[in-house]
Design a binder for this molecule. Structure first.
Ligand SMILES: [Zn+2]
Length: 288
């Protein structure tokens, strides 16, 4: 069942919804299969930087068919659309995406507000939700092989700016800079839980944390308990794929079998993350 972030993210809940970017149909179906098995809503993301390469206009109709034939609520989200990618945003809305992220975080605040307003205005006409961003999240989205240290140099999102941004734009979700980064960490990042809590208490808008790969389970749970309601996880799926390639290489040449193993591995990781964000791990263990 197709839905948007407004229906998925509940400010008052004590859980977060997972958002996983994909590069092909196998990844999308792995996410939907997990969501079905756990009876938990989920977000499928396509990063703007991959939109052309993975030929999203050809791929998206298949993903939407799969979304429409499942009972669990699933949003299809364009991740990190840049201000100069307004044509891609319109194309995504026409294709049936139910959610758009406009990332104007590198712009001065007034310009970020202006472009975000344009995206909110057009997206809401399509009944699609909009995620904005305030305070830059380090690292490049969708690039897993750039190892980086925890981004101590990144300024955390200023709560007053976050409030000004949300009041001026009416976004449906807000990505904030809390100390995480895109890609793979060399060491555990220092998440500023106080910033999350302060912004969460000020705003009615659900908050989003990007760059969850490599963040400890305890930190994820603490981020959720302080107000994070959407978590982006992607690099770990790419990392797992490459680990699997390396370990499988010496054993077999059966590519079809490899693909099955890969899908199983993705499903395992995605399920672990969904359970963690939804605070399901404990209750599921008790059922077992
Ligand atoms: Zn991101």
């Amino acid at each position: 069942m197709k839905t948007n972030l407004n229906h998925l993210l509940n400010k008052d809940a004590s859980s977060a919804t997972g958002s996983f970017n994909i590069l092909d149909l196998d990844m999308a179906l792995s996410i939907i299969d997990c969501a079905e098995a756990l009876k938990t809503p989920v977000i499928i993301g396509i990063a703007s930087r991959h939109f052309e390469d993975i030929r999203a206009p050809l791929l998206v109709p298949s993903i939407l068919k799969a979304i429409e034939s499942t009972e669990v609520p699933v949003a299809l989200h364009l991740d990190h659309a840049a201000p100069q990618q307004f044509d891609m945003i319109k194309q995504a809305l026409d294709l049936g995406f139910s959610s758009i992220m406009i990332d104007g975080s590198l712009l001065p605040l007034e310009e970020n507000i202006e472009i975000t307003n344009r995206v909110v205005e057009i997206s809401h006409r399509y009944d699609a939700s909009v995620e904005g961003e305030i305070g830059g999240i380090a690292g490049e989205e969708g690039v897993a092989d750039t190892e980086q240290d925890s981004p101590d140099y990144i300024p955390y999102t200023d709560p007053a700016e976050a409030q000004q941004f949300v009041n001026a734009t009416n976004v449906d979700a807000l990505a904030i800079a809390v100390g995480t980064a895109h890609g793979i960490y060399n060491s555990e990042p220092h998440i500023n839980f106080d910033v999350i809590k302060e912004i969460s208490l000020m705003l009615d808008t659900p908050l989003v944390m990007h760059g969850a790969t490599g963040v400890s389970d305890a930190s994820i749970q603490k981020a959720v308990s302080n107000g994070i309601r959407k978590i982006n996880y992607f690099s770990g799926l790419l990392q797992t794929a490459m680990d699997e390639v390396r370990s499988y290489q010496s054993q077999s040449n059966d590519f079809y079998h490899f693909k099955q193993i890969m899908k199983n591995q993705w499903q395992y990781i995605i399920a672990e993350q969904i359970k963690l964000y939804a605070n399901l791990a404990e209750s599921l263990d008790k059922q077992a």
